[in-house]
Design a protein around this ligand. Structure first.
Ligand code: GDP
Ligand code: MG
Length: 236
């Protein structure tokens, strides 16, 4: 089995790259005060308690064709949903929750993928700051400080706890549904309707591509993989 893929998703400037660098032990991502400054596509091998995994800083994946923040974050979330085994959703304890945090949390929840909620920049631990973050419906928030390396162990324990499940669940439990039809018959529209949001990308993220058109989805507690065949092209 290949290593589990763990993707970091969140608004610009919440500390994703700081976390990425710390956990991967390499200074690969650019950390800056200016939101949206990370440009590189970034993957790194990481390990926690003897469990190897690949970490993706989705903030570093440049999305073409849009400058708008919300679209950008949404695209990151889509990439994570399509490629990752576990997603770490990053929020910021200093700025608190924003409207886009709720929207992205909604997308992530619908995917049925394991999500771990990180509340970063909690340099001084205050439990009451975490209370608000339960509202996202993503389970227990983990208060961390990426800069000061606080709380990372508990968060990574939680991330690793999903790895065993990743191997078995993927093929065994998921019913795969292929959407087939002539071009323009409304295949993508059906996919979008079931997803609850419009897919904006058919991305091929280098190194992670399984099938960019396979989309995991959870409906009434059951997990499915939607295969939108619109993305399949004939070989010339
Ligand atoms: P990204 O855009 O989500 O990748 O965020 P960055 O990792 O580039 O960090 C944005 C800013 O937040 C930088 O100035 C970091 O130094 C700062 N930052 C990151 N983690 C922490 C933290 O745990 N505590 C504090 N106080 N600042 C942090
Ligand atoms: Mg970054």
């Amino acid at each position: 089995m290949s290593k589990p893929l763990v993707a970091i998703v969140g608004r610009p400037n919440v500390g994703k790259s700081t976390f990425f660098n710390r956990v991967s032990g390499q200074k690969l991502s650019i950390v800056e005060d200016t939101p949206g400054v990370t440009r590189d596509r970034l993957y790194a091998d990481a390990e926690w308690c003897g469990k190897p995994f690949t970490l993706i800083d989705t903030g570093g994946i440049e999305i073409k064709s849009t400058d708008e923040m919300w679209k950008h974050i949404k695209s990151q979330a889509e990439i994570a949903i399509e490629t990752a085994d576990v997603i770490i959703f990053f929020c910021d304890a200093k700025t608190g929750l924003t409207a886009s945090d709720y929207d992205v949390a909604d997308m992530l929840r619908r995917s049925g993928k394991p999500i771990v909620l990180a509340v970063n920049k909690l340099d001084t631990y205050k439990e009451e700051i975490l209370f608000d973050f339960y509202e996202l419906g993503l389970g227990v928030p983990f208060g961390i400080s990426s800069e000061q390396a606080k709380g990372l162990g508990d968060l990574l324990d939680e991330v690793c706890s999903y790895f065993d499940q990743v191997e078995t669940e993927e093929d065994a439990d998921r019913l795969k549904i292929a959407i087939v039809g002539k071009p323009n018959a409304g295949k993508s529209r059906l996919t979008n309707k079931l997803l609850g949001y419009d897919r904006t990308i058919v991305s091929n993220v280098a190194g992670t591509t399984r099938d960019a058109i396979d989309t995991p989805i959870e409906v009434n507690g059951k997990k499915y993989t939607l295969i939108d065949t619109a993305g399949i092209r004939k070989k010339r």
